[in-house]
Design a protein around this ligand. Structure first.
Ligand SMILES: [Zn+2]
Length: 264
């Protein structure tokens, strides 16, 4: 049982029972913040607060999902950092962000846009996670594909890992807590991976998932014993998301004693 957080508590207090009811401008208004869309130079959004009132400015040129994320992120600052001086730098939602205040605001935004109490009951019905499922959730919750994928992977329902690669290497990754921490993905894409074609070729990816030797993804002796499902999806010209799903549950059990012994 997860402890309910402030963003989800707010949604419940407003009577939100469906994803379509997450109206960010109305939520902001309820919190004393007015949302304005304008041409911002150099940043996606900011918040200017005085006492209990605030103005959230959002770059009007961004995609609708980005604008929603920006408002939710600023509402996170409004909740946690009211009265503090902050230079807000919204970047694409990434796991394990380094700047504490931005990480806190992003966590609040994730809970506001994809609250567990609406996501988990819908997600638990699905036998497996794949990009078709992620796209359905992204459409229903009006969220970006990466943010939705991260939320679903971290929900810990399926034994999955999500890796984002650019042409210069791995950018970030996140995993379901059940995915044992000893599995740390390689920095570079293996040429055998379908993600390689998706990133360097013409394929958009996102079709069927494929089986590949786990050693293509992980630099560990025991990886040679396993296969893993992979599914790649291009998200822009230089970025691919790869969903890795365990095939053999032994792979995520406790580390076997023999696994990393040297062989002579
Ligand atoms: Zn910020």
């Amino acid at each position: 049982m997860k402890v309910i957080n402030p963003a989800e508590r707010l949604l419940k207090s407003l009577g939100v029972t469906e994803p379509a009811e997450i109206d960010l401008e109305a939520i902001a208004y309820d919190q004393g913040a007015e949302v304005r869309y304008c041409n911002l130079c150099g940043c996606e959004a900011d918040i200017l607060g005085y006492k209990n009132r605030a103005i959230i400015s959002v770059d009007e040129n961004k995609a609708p999902q980005r604008k929603r994320f920006s408002i939710a992120h600023e509402l996170g600052h409004w909740h946690y950092h009211r009265g503090k001086r902050l230079q807000c730098r919204i970047e694409e939602y990434q796991p394990k962000q380094k700047i504490q205040a931005e990480r806190v605001a992003n966590g609040y935004a994730a809970s506001l846009l994809l609250p567990h109490y609406l996501v988990l009951p819908r997600a638990r019905d699905r036998k497996q996670l794949n990009f078709k499922v992620i796209e359905e959730f992204a459409r229903d919750f009006h969220t970006s594909l990466p943010a939705t994928a991260i939320r679903l992977v971290e929900a810990d329902i399926w034994p999955c890992m999500l890796v984002c690669h650019t042409r210069t290497g791995r950018r970030w990754f996140t995993q379901a807590p059940m995915f044992h921490r000893r599995w740390f993905p390689r920095d570079e894409l293996d040429a055998q991976s379908s993600a390689f074609d998706t990133l360097f070729g013409k394929s958009e990816g996102g079709s069927v998932r494929q089986l590949i030797g786990a050693d293509a993804w992980f630099d560990r002796n025991e990886a040679q014993r396993y296969e893993i499902f992979e599914q790649a999806k291009r998200i822009n010209s230089d970025e691919v998301l790869v969903l890795l799903t365990i095939k053999d549950n032994k792979m995520i059990e406790e580390e076997p004693e023999w696994s990393n012994r040297r062989r002579y």
